[in-house]
Design a binder for this molecule. Structure first.
Ligand SMILES: NC(=O)c1ccc[n+]([C@@H]2O[C@H](COP(=O)([O-])OP(=O)(O)OC[C@H]3O[C@@H](n4cnc5c(N)ncnc54)[C@H](OP(=O)(O)O)[C@@H]3O)[C@@H](O)[C@H]2O)c1
Length: 244
């Protein structure tokens, strides 16, 4: 198994891509600390199915002044993480001229500031052990921008810049830092997209389909495992060829 005995922190583990990554990594032999703003309703069932390989942390990542303490506590309890998946993210879409400063700030706080703070706390411990892999969930929007998503695009572009900067800082200490840039992936985040917009989107994707959470989880597994042991500071686009 690719992740045998690896300890992994996954943020936004309750739903969507984070949940799928958690399941895939457990199947790969990992022990997961799933973090989310609240417990999923089926947490008990998930814990039982995971047979001791899943632990849960409730934390609101928008409370950026509390994030480091939460992660320090998780580090103590786990004994240190081998892999971090900074996956939690939100959207608060609006045209820039109508966007409130609250919606701008909240997206930046959760998608960028919290991810940076977590990577710093977890990364420090990885450096001591001279090994680790940090995976940041960015977006194609962070590379190309998108109308109505200036806050989200800025947060994901920032996360890509943080990924590359941390990769430079940590490479000589055995810690790799990479990002995934998903395109249009089926999840609660994209479920609200109206049918005609969805159709247009699919028409614009060379592979003529939306992405699955499994598609993204496979990319995360690649960056988490030794299969990518000589790769750092990279952004892997998972978008069916939407941007080639
Ligand atoms: N889906 C796509 O097409 C797509 C494309 C590009 C990038 N991405 C990125 O991929 C990641 C996962 O996306 P997804 O589609 O799986 O989204 P999702 O279904 O909305 O799941 C996001 C998760 O993050 C959690 N979360 C939200 N705010 C939080 C907070 N303040 N503190 C802690 N956890 C919080 C959510 O918890 P609740 O359940 O309580 O809300 C949820 O479990 C995000 O970073 C997103 O930007 C997604």
């Amino acid at each position: 198994m690719k992740l045998e005995n690896k300890k992994v922190l996954v943020t936004g583990a309750s739903r969507g891509i984070g949940k799928t990554i958690t399941e895939k990594f457990i199947a790969g032999g990992a022990e997961i600390w799933g973090l989310d703003i609240k417990e999923p309703e089926d947490l008990q069932e998930r814990l039982e199915n995971a047979g001791g390989k899943l632990h849960w942390i409730n934390a609101d990542l928008s409370k950026t002044t509390e994030v480091e303490a939460v992660i320090e506590k998780a580090l103590k309890e786990s004994g240190g993480f081998d892999i971090l998946v900074n996956n939690a993210g939100i959207t608060r879409d609006n045209l820039s001229f109508r966007m409130s400063i609250e919606d701008w700030q909240k997206v930046l706080d959760i998608n960028l500031t919290a991810a940076f703070l977590i990577a710093r706390v977890v990364g420090r411990e990885m450096i001591r052990k001279r090994s680790g892999s940090i995976i940041n969930m960015a977006s194609v929007v962070g590379i190309h921008g998108n109308g109505g998503q200036a806050n989200y695009a800025a947060s994901k572009a920032g996360l890509i810049a943080v990924t590359k900067s941390l990769a430079y800082e940590m490479a000589s200490r055995g810690v790799r830092v990479n990002a995934i840039a998903p395109g249009f992936i089926e999840s609660d985040m994209t479920a609200a997209v109206p049918e005609d917009a969805r159709k247009k989107m699919i028409d614009s994707i060379p592979m003529k389909r939306t992405g699955t959470q499994e598609d993204v989880a496979e990319a995360a597994l690649f960056f988490a495992s030794e299969s990518s042991s000589y790769i750092t500071g990279q952004v892997l686009t998972v978008d069916g060829g939407m941007f080639i």
